[in-house]
Design a protein around this ligand. Structure first.
Ligand code: SF4
Ligand code: SF4
Length: 127
């Protein structure tokens, strides 16, 4: 598939997952009243910096400043092991599975903490 079509699909899937994330709020994102920073349920229970800690795309106030489909598909163990949540948000988890399979079928570039351009460059071995 041509790079432009992959780019369109990449953004389509990213936007759709983003909408579902907002609807189901599986990560239970909240602004910590003590430090004014975005945190997730893993922060709350384990006092760690979610799955965005140390990422160059993270803005402490605004949150993520890019569109990484890899990150949209990634789930930590706390979310993966929460069976009740998976029942409640079945539509969300099923859609993640669907997109993951589509990405592989299409040969879509998706890399850890990378947007489409960065993922494509990494997979092509470009800088
Ligand atoms: S996947 Fe886990 S660590 Fe990442 S934002 Fe969600 S709850 Fe936090
Ligand atoms: S690119 Fe991924 S790890 Fe980095 S801030 Fe965005 S969602 Fe978090």
């Amino acid at each position: 598939m041509k790079k432009f079509k992959l780019w369109i699909l990449y953004h389509y899937y990213w936007n759709k997952i983003d909408k579902l994330q907002k609807k189901y709020n599986i990560c239970n994102m909240y602004i910590n009243s003590k430090n004014g920073k975005w945190c997730c349920r893993r922060d709350r229970y384990q006092e760690v910096n979610g799955c965005c800690g140390g990422c160059n795309h993270k803005n402490e106030i605004k949150g993520c400043e890019t569109k990484s489909l890899y990150c949209k598909l990634w789930l930590c163990d706390i979310v993966k092991e929460d069976k009740k949540l998976q029942e409640e948000a079945k539509v969300y988890f099923d859609y993640l599975d669907y997109v993951q399979h589509r990405m592989i079928e299409l040969g879509m570039p998706f890399c850890f903490r990378a947007n489409f351009k960065e993922s494509f460059c990494k997979e092509q071995g470009e800088n």
